[in-house]
Ligand binder design. Sequence first.
Ligand SMILES: *Cc1c(COP(=O)(O)O)cnc(C)c1O
Length: 362
Amino acid sequence: MNTIKPQPGIMDIALYVGGKSSVDGMENVLKLSSNENPWGASEDAKEALVRASLSMHRYPSTDHGSLRDAIGDVWSLDPARIICGNGSGELLMMIAQAYAGKGDEVLFTEHGFAMYPIYANANGAEPVIVAERDRVVDVDALLSACTKKTKIVYIANPANPTGTMLGEADLTRLADGLPKGALLVLDGAYAEFVEGYDAGASLIDARDNVIMTRTFSKIYGLGGARIGWAYGPQQVIDVLMRLRGPFNLSAPALAAAEAAMRDVAHTEKCRIENAKQREWLAHALSEIGIPSDTSEANFILARFASEEEAKACNDYLTSQGILLRYVGNYGLPNCIRITVGDEASCRRVVHAIGQFKKGAKT
Ligand SMILES: *Cc1c(COP(=O)(O)O)cnc(C)c1O
């Protein structure tokens, strides 16, 4: 028997479970469990991906220069301070790898994204869970939880799965209140859904302890292609560049991402349509007795009367071929997260939940 042992923390990792994507024996399944874009990627992005796939015998760009320039143009950021990753997940992990290890603490909040404790454990650091206030990140609680050992604070803004977000004043207070040597990571996976939000760019430019991560998986509709990016202080980006694999992004993915970034009209269309359908969905659910917090993202956190009701509703919808995300594992046992779909999907999900409320059984 081999006695080789993994590094401390790794066996504490509970495997991440993604949103379900199929139901046995059922066609025409409606997947609203992974916050994917129902309108898909930009046509330009799809064309660019196919074109790039014709040269797959060539290694991809190693500095991602052309994608970083496109991101810099669209978001008015310095490309030298942008790093691209294999999904934003790779960058979020690299941040922990770079700055948190044995004896260090990594903070995140009770309903925070399920990957944050994994990044801490994977690097032998201590995950620290901090309470929220009514499903909103609590800046005071985070600041009181900080110690000399705190190295990283991860928050998603807007947050997943709650959909709530902090305003600029709270973000500033959080960044300014962190102990020296700690880094605030603003996970901006849903930032593009918020009109006029810079995802923390101005906060980052004004200090040296904040970094933001972004993704092509949500509003850009490229979750399957695996592309994300981060923008932060030069010193932090220089560290991450050393950890990054030289060919971490495929050439087709790079081409698709660049075209998607430059197709500002498609992004804008998706943002506007999402906001419209989200408002309709939240209102229609509230009319049948299911409240939700105001969401700033592309999903709604539907609150049921009890854990039993939420689970039963989730099971009923699965039996009808509608996949949602039950979020008991996020400390929200009476809640289901519903991705905002196109108009027909929103109507279908509300109709099915209405049938459940009227007593329909699996
Ligand atoms: C979906 C999501 C991501 C994106 O992950 P990728 O690796 O970029 O696909 C990151 N953070 C949160 C909170 C998310 O919900």
